[in-house]
Design a protein around this ligand. Structure first.
Ligand code: NAP
Length: 299
């Protein structure tokens, strides 16, 4: 259930929001408005559907009217980088922006809080020198590789199904991710037995309104799952359904599993810290609101 807003919307209420297309499914409004309510901030967070051909006009217009901050989601994470007055070194490395922070004098600073969100559930374990296997080489895989470098993983094997996409992914990462190696999907079998961490960055297994069978799919076959050591952690960026078929099978094997909800909550919390300047934001309220919205969706 959506939280009751503590403050009335007045002529002073400031705007924050998320740009995407589509964006009506986003959990960010319930999550952020729960946090704003708990903080007593006179801001409102809205989902702002933004077609690609309007992205420049929308970002410029929102900067001009004093918008306090924006999240950016599919399909604009790459395109919006070109519209920013400044990028953080992390956003440049990842090649994608998911958070815009207003700059003094106008325009936006583009950054990427997906990296911090992804890392949050992995903190507290030792990953230095270990092997990570990443499935998929799209937008989120870039943030994941940057995070795995930060964790000190010794080998990062990235599997994709198209050689040209793998090559295009690998080339700009050579400088800052020397431990990254790309492999064809068919080569995965021989690589999984030594994996400490497997991360699904494909949409395979995500629930789909148009395909009732979609949520039964797993990016790893039963045979591939059998290769995994029971000490491995399996991390799926998907959070609908909970658990995904991949995580259910990995848990049955005895592996530690993590789904994408905590990443979503933590990237949102990191964005809110940047916009508000607060060191602490109500992460528990954000998580509770997101979980409640998901439960309501699946009821
Ligand atoms: P994306 O840019 O579209 O990339 C998807 C990748 O998966 C591509 O490399 C694609 O390969 C590959 N792929 C698609 N279908 C495949 C299949 N059947 N077999 C093998 N590979 C396949 O998407 P994204 O932005 O990286 O997002 C990926 C997933 O992560 C989505 O489910 C998204 O919802 C989730 N996500 C979650 C969070 C979070 O906060 N939890 C954040 C970001 C993303 P091709 O190029 O060959 O098609």
């Amino acid at each position: 259930m959506a939280p009751t807003l503590a403050l009335p919307i007045t002529a002073h209420t400031a705007l924050v929001g998320v740009l995407g297309d589509p964006v009506r499914h986003s959990l960010s409004p319930v999550m952020h408005n729960a946090a704003l309510t708990e903080l007593g901030l006179d801001w409102i967070y809205l989902a702002l559907p933004t077609p690609s051909d309007q992205l420049e006009a929308v970002t410029q217009g929102l900067a001009a009217i004093g918008c306090r901050g924006l999240n950016v989601t599919i399909p604009h994470k790459q395109a919006v980088a070109r519209l920013c007055r400044q990028l953080t070194p992390l956003a440049e490395r990842v090649g994608a922006v998911n958070t815009l922070v207003p700059l003094e004098g106008g325009g936006w600073l583009g950054t990427n809080t997906d990296v911090e969100g992804f890392l949050a559930p992995l903190r507290g374990s030792e990953w230095r020198g270990k092997r990570a296997v990443v499935l998929g080489c799209g937008g989120s895989a870039r943030a994941v590789v940057a995070a795995l470098v930060e964790l000190g993983c010794g080998e990062i094997l990235l599997a994709g199904r198209r050689p040209e996409t793998l090559r295009a992914f690998e080339a700009p990462c050579q400088v800052w991710a020397p431990q990254l190696k790309t492999v064809d999907w068919s080569e995965l079998n021989s690589q999984l037995a030594a994996a400490a961490l497997v991360v699904n960055c494909t949409p395979v297994g995500m629930a789909s309104g148009s395909d009732p069978m979609a949520s039964r799919q797993s990016p790893l076959s039963p045979g591939q799952l059998d290769q995994l050591p029971t000490t491995a952690t399996v991390y799926d960026l998907i959070y609908v359904p909970r658990p995904t078929a991949l995580l259910a099978a990995a848990a049955a094997r005895g592996c530690r599993t993590i789904d994408g909800l905590e990443m979503l909550v933590q990237q949102g919390a990191a964005a809110l810290r940047l916009w508000s300047g607060l060191l602490e934001v109500p992460v528990t309220a954000m998580r509770t609101a997101a979980e409640a919205a998901l439960a309501a969706q699946s009821a």
